[in-house]
Design a protein around this ligand. Sequence first.
Ligand SMILES: NC(=O)c1ccc[n+]([C@@H]2O[C@H](COP(=O)([O-])OP(=O)(O)OC[C@H]3O[C@@H](n4cnc5c(N)ncnc54)[C@H](O)[C@@H]3O)[C@@H](O)[C@H]2O)c1
Length: 398
Amino acid sequence: MDDETDIDDTLGHVAVVGAGAMGAGIAQVAAAAGHRVWLVDAAPGAAERAVASTRTALDGRVAKGRLGADEADGILERIEVATSVGDLPECALVVEAVPESLELKREVFGALAESQPPSTMLATNTSSIDVDAVADAVADPERVLGLHFFNPPVAMRLVEVVQGSQTSRAFVEHAVRLVQAWGKTPVRCRSTPGFIVNRVARPFYGEAQRLVEAGVADAATVDHVLREHGGFPMGPLELTDFIGQDVNLAVGTSVWEQTGRDERYAPTRLQQQLVERGDLGRKTGRGVYRWEGGRAVLDQPDLELAARLVGGPVETDPLARTLAMLVNEAVDLVHRGEATAEDVDTAMVLGVRYPKGPIAWGRELGFDTVERTIVALDAAFPGGRYRPSPALRDGGLT
Ligand SMILES: NC(=O)c1ccc[n+]([C@@H]2O[C@H](COP(=O)([O-])OP(=O)(O)OC[C@H]3O[C@@H](n4cnc5c(N)ncnc54)[C@H](O)[C@@H]3O)[C@@H](O)[C@H]2O)c1
């Protein structure tokens, strides 16, 4: 399909392949927007179980008065189970949400391309796989793109619309309009490692881990600084416990590998050791912190130390280091043409609840100050991790 083609924006059928945590939620979002939705899963009974848990979730919202009973019934009536990809009716959009394996995704896209007409938009919900590698599995890669929903898809507003190198502009624009019609906020980005959120957020975790590793401060004090002085809703060490140290390490390692092992994304010994010990955080009851009843038991921060570190030498200032690296990463992404400044800021605020977009934050701090911080960090810790983006050197984004 060429870029000039108008794609029919009327409510077409939607299919979701993979009825796990993400697929079930995406199906609910599409059905709530009025589409007829088909859910497919390779595991026997999995799609039926997903529909049953959607029913339970909707019943709960009806009981709390947040949703009308008729509305809930309508959503459920619009979701059907299909036994295989080959049994799907002709769809306007198919979203793939099978586990994060390129081989598996290529298999699914191969089957979809054979059974769905060329006008069907094929989207992957991958968090980290290059959209081009998935698109290569089909004869007409211009209809393949990423639709990266955040967890849980029903509650999270952000969707990264990921454009592969061969995705047609018409499909991207169609996807953007569809995401908006579903009540979500789309941001556009190229298929760069980690896309926007999982790329720009890396130093939020990495700087905190390095500070603890170096003995500058304990975890509770570093988290306190980012929360209380930075305005982040949760400190990075608590957040990685909450996400799962294994999950966070896997995302970071994937970005590191995909960037040719760029020092900026190198995993830390601290996190690797947590994972090796099985101290994964919330789900195992122990990570950086002890977890009880789904909450971290935070140690007392050293307030006096925190006050000394903030505004002190940049090498030991958790806030200055983290902010400079976040701004650098965000500016670099925009500089490479992978997303707009506006979309990067929207993505970080909606996707990971940063109190401000990093580009706006950079403007406030002054891009020259950010650059000086990174140059100072490079002098203190040589090796390539602390490299100012060329855009910072040019005075930031105009
Ligand atoms: N969980 C998250 O926080 C999150 C967030 C954003 C994106 N993602 C991405 O979404 C995708 C799905 O993640 P999830 O957490 O929902 O996984 P999940 O393991 O909960 O669900 C995957 C489902 O796919 C099914 N499946 C496996 N092979 C299949 C096949 N060939 N055909 C049809 N169904 C198949 C499985 O039976 C399972 O029910 C992954 O690519 C993941 O990276 C996950």
